[in-house]
Design a protein. Structure first.
Length: 235
């Protein structure tokens, strides 16, 4: 099985990648279109030059690899993707052979977390409109990161059942530290998950969004709510 997990940034996506890797039967790939996105857009991201130097920047080559065999002779392949990395014209036909899953998070939490790593952000930077458009093109299960944090075993069990994959409790924990499959951007973005050994507990109250970002929240919230209405329900 090839799983394309689509999510915006700051959305539990790296922890989910670690969880699937911990199964032992699942290869993983960390944001394969990030370098092509940077090369195509010139977006001013932390470590942009290092990312493009270390990773393939040709989207056609990345797409061909996504369509290719599962690495390492393993049974499954989990690809961590971000909808906003799929610039117009990038190949997407490879995803039709994948089980497409859509990971969402409340925009107030996304905005607060993203601001800690990159001060400037737009609605497109946090990927809400691109995720809805991609779900419409490549529909599949929607799962809320808040539900995973509240009950990791139950949420991942429901997701695995939905996509026809056996659940393994090995998905609930992993060793502390970086991984050799991390993108080079991990040095900037993955500090917290590198200190983790499993999913953090249930999230508290929503963070207060400052006045200067209220318009961003108001633009993202209806998209999140529309996708939340399609999400797998907690057990």
């Amino acid at each position: 099985m090839k799983i394309a997990m689509w999510s915006g940034p700051r959305n539990l996506s790296t922890a989910m990648m670690y969880a699937f890797a911990a199964r032992g039967d699942c290869a993983v790939w960390d944001e394969p279109f990030y370098a092509p996105y940077l090369a195509a857009t010139g977006a001013d991201h932390p470590m942009a030059a290092e990312i493009m130097a270390a990773h393939e920047i040709d989207p056609a080559r990345v797409a061909a690899a996504c369509a290719g065999p599962v690495p390492g002779g393993l049974a499954h392949w989990y690809m961590k993707h971000m909808p906003h990395h799929m610039v117009a014209g990038f190949p997407l036909d490879w995803a039709e052979a994948c089980v497409n899953v859509h990971l969402i998070r409340h925009p107030a939490r996304v905005i607060a977390s993203y601001a800690e790593k990159r001060g400037e952000m737009s609605l497109e930077d946090i990927g809400f409109p691109q995720q809805m458009a991609l779900w419409e093109q490549l529909p599949g299960p929607v799962i809320d990161s808040g539900d995973i944090r509240a009950d990791p075993g139950g949420a991942l069990g429901r997701l695995c059942a939905e996509i026809g994959l056996s659940f393994s409790d090995r998905m609930l924990g992993w060793p502390e530290g970086p991984r050799d499959y991390d993108g080079v951007w991990a040095a900037h973005w993955y500090n917290a998950v590198h200190r983790s050994t499993g999913f953090a507990g249930a999230e508290g109250p929503l963070p207060e969004v400052p006045e200067g970002r209220r318009a961003l929240l108001e633009a993202a919230l209806p998209i999140y709510e529309a996708m939340k209405a399609r999400a797998l329900l907690p057990g």
